[in-house]
Design a protein around this ligand. Structure first.
Ligand code: X8Z
Ligand code: ZN
Length: 643
């Protein structure tokens, strides 16, 4: 009997199913076209998977060991891959995919028809690669001298400078670190940036887009996306203004009115972060109720002997508790979770998909701090996304939009860093929920999440204008500060000139990474948090007996995990509005989750600012930005001559 079955199976395998035969003779022209289209996509999918894998291996090897040889290999492999992309792109351009009846196939071809930088001619592509690698290398290997100690000139951004900026309360030292970092990074890459802009724009035009900003924006699949971003900012700005006014007052009380004025922008070096992008460290000097516990678990983590692996295992455990996928063995084998001391690497944390469905890695110079615990969740969110969509075709192995990719780990961290959760895992004793504790907790979170919004917006406001030619290379730096002042209400600690290049002191500018993704992420992560909390049965706006949004912890909710997982599995196979609808029932980005989450804090800050009669907003800075340093020196001299 078994033999008969085997024979039949073998016969079927050899000649195919009889129905196959008959269907091929009666196939309609459209069916044939669809079959051909699928065949072509399959071929492209296999080939591009192999190329992506090769390029990623070479890029990883360089980023994790910044040698000339590794750079040469990376550029070489990228060039070969770009040649493949160009051939594939021409083939797609000649293929009449636009009138295929299957929308999914059209979507795949559409994506393939805009492949990005690889369409540059070989020499231009190589030049672009070299410029970005060189800028990233300068940034990643920059060192400065210790304050008042010219004998130690080995301070790196991670960890030394970052930790000093977060912990020092000496304004002169902070100013020194701020200025020196910009000399060692931004200023050194200033001359490379205009050519980078030019080549990026050329690539965009070859992709049939007017400039590189348009190329970045196409991933957001909405013509009015910049308007959507701006409308969200108009909604969120009032919160930011309250936080800004409160923090400025606290800093004035700490550092004095000569350094921090009553109604001006905040000096950027006092906010505990090199770019004033998140202000968490100023909670130490400004927390609303100092007698009450602040949810900073760094000391506890150190006490309990945490190390990098334990931090990442803790993050993994959160994902697993939702029934999401655990990190594969290869992840633990290949990731770099600590800064090596035998070579230079790119320390800026990142998560990598090697496009073979098996190899996924994180590279992070992890320190035992609460910040890094949150970053570990952030990075692992990227890996979880990779794992969930690993069976999609290569063109769909990306987030619904780049903001979605950035949001996933942060959504986990919103739950994992509630005082309740920290208490559960022994990192906090007190998880009381009286008003003072709630305000302290939301204040620390607000310094991280609300302060970030205008920074992220400003980053790409500047770059959009640069790529659109509205900001020219001889006004890069001063326009950078105009925008930072307008959105963030900050000012440099010293006068600046066009001989400085402060944008180049930030990783994503030199590494060619679009930034509005983080702005989008910081809005939609609260939308996701709200939706998942509802699904977990933890939160219901109609039921005041349940916890408020800022106390919700979706830990162990398989239902929330299933909902999130179903969205992650889509990759970019559907427009982001569909993915958003799947998880939240809404088809738009909506700030109301964030507003609701922070509502108690905003009410408190508004009342407090009223009590102290704080100036809300800021008057123009008195700091100057001019063309040359000589101009500054000359006018400073004139000033002192007059005294
Ligand atoms: O770059 C990152 C991550 C890697 S995607 C560490 N972030 C932004 C930054 O550091 O500027 C996370 C939030 C903002
Ligand atoms: Zn990220």
């Amino acid at each position: 009997m078994l033999r008969v079955i085997l024979l039949v199976v073998a016969a079927i395998l050899v000649v195919g199913f009889p129905s196959d035969e008959s269907s091929s003779t009666t196939e309609s022209p459209e069916q044939t076209r669809l079959k051909d289209a699928k065949k072509l996509l399959n071929k492209i999918n296999k080939e591009s998977g192999l190329w992506n894998n090769k390029v990623t291996i070479a890029s990883w090897n360089y980023a994790s060991n910044l040698t000339k040889e590794n750079l040469a290999t990376k550029v070489n492999v990228s060039l070969q891959s770009a040649d493949y992309v160009k051939k594939m792109w021409r083939q797609v351009a000649e293929y009449p995919w636009q009138n295929l009846s299957d929308p999914d196939l059209r979507r795949q071809f559409q994506k393939l028809s805009v492949p990005g930088l690889a369409v540059l001619p070989d020499a231009a592509y190589e030049e672009h690669q070299n410029i970005v690698s060189s800028m990233e290398n300068t940034y990643s290997t920059a060192k400065i001298c210790e304050y008042k100690n010219p004998n130690n000139c080995d301070l790196a951004l991670e960890p030394e400078i970052t930790e000093l900026l977060a912990n020092s309360q000496d304004p002169e030292q902070l100013k020194y670190l701020w200025v020196e970092w910009r000399k060692a990074s931004g200023e050194k890459v200033k001359s490379l940036y205009p050519r980078y802009v030019e080549l990026s724009n050329t690539a965009a035009q070859l992709n049939n887009l007017s400039n590189y900003a348009q190329y970045w924006l196409k991933d957001y699949e909405a013509d009015d996306f910049p308007e959507q971003v701006d409308a969200l900012w108009q909604q969120l700005k009032p919160l930011y203004l309250q936080l800004h006014a409160y923090v400025r007052r606290q800093l004035r009380e700490k550092y004095g009115p000569e350094i921090v004025s009553e109604d001006g922008p905040i000096p950027a070096h006092l906010l505990g972060n090199m770019w004033a992008q998140e202000w968490g460290s100023v909670s130490k000097i400004s927390v609303p109720f100092p007698g009450k516990q602040i949810p900073d678990v760094t000391a506890r983590m150190v006490e309990q002997g945490y190390n990098a692996t334990r931090i990442f295992r803790l993050a993994e455990e959160f994902f697993v508790s939702l029934n999401l996928t655990r990190m594969p063995d290869l992840f633990w084998k290949n990731s770099i979770l600590e800064k090596p001391n035998d070579r230079e690497i790119v320390c800026h944390a990142s998560a990598w998909d090697f496009y073979d469905g098996k190899d996924f890695r994180i590279k992070q110079c992890t320190r035992v701090t609460m910040d890094h615990l949150l970053t570990a969740h952030h990075e692992m969110g990227h890996i979880e996304y990779y794992l969930q969509y690993k069976d999609q075709p290569i063109v769909y192995r990306e987030g619904a939009n780049p903001g979605f990719h950035e949001a996933i780990g942060d959504v986990m961290a919103l739950s994992a860093s509630t005082p309740g959760h920290f208490k559960k895992i022994g990192l906090l004793d007190d998880d009381s929920v009286d008003t003072e504790a709630i305000i302290n907790n939301l204040y620390v979170k607000g310094l991280e999440k609300i302060a970030f919004l205008p920074f992220a917006y400003a980053m790409d406001r500047w770059r959009w204008s640069v790529f659109q030619g509205k900001i020219k290379s001889d006004e890069y730096n001063c326009r950078w500060w105009d925008i930072a002042e307008e959105y963030q209400g900050i000012e440099p600690p010293v006068d600046r000139s066009e001989e400085d290049f402060d944008p180049g002191a930030k990783y994503h500018i030199v590494a060619d990474v679009e930034y509005i993704r983080y702005y989008v992420s910081f809005v939609i992560q609260f939308q996701f948090h709200k939706a998942l909390c509802e699904r977990a049965g933890q939160y219901d706006p109609q039921n005041p007996k349940l916890k408020p949004l800022h106390q919700c912890d979706i830990y162990q909710s398989k239902d929330a995990g299933a909902l999130l997982g179903s969205m992650l599995q889509l990759g970019s196979s559907k427009p982001w509005q569909d993915a958003m609808e799947l998880i939240s029932g809404q088809r738009v980005m909506d700030a109301s989750g964030l507003l609701e989450y922070f509502n108690p804090l905003i009410e408190w800050l508004t009342a407090e600012n009223q009590k102290t009669n704080e100036y809300i907003g800021w008057k123009p800075t008195t700091k100057r930005c001019v063309k040359t340093r000589a101009e500054l020196i000359k006018s400073n001299k004139t000033n002192s001559d007059c005294k």
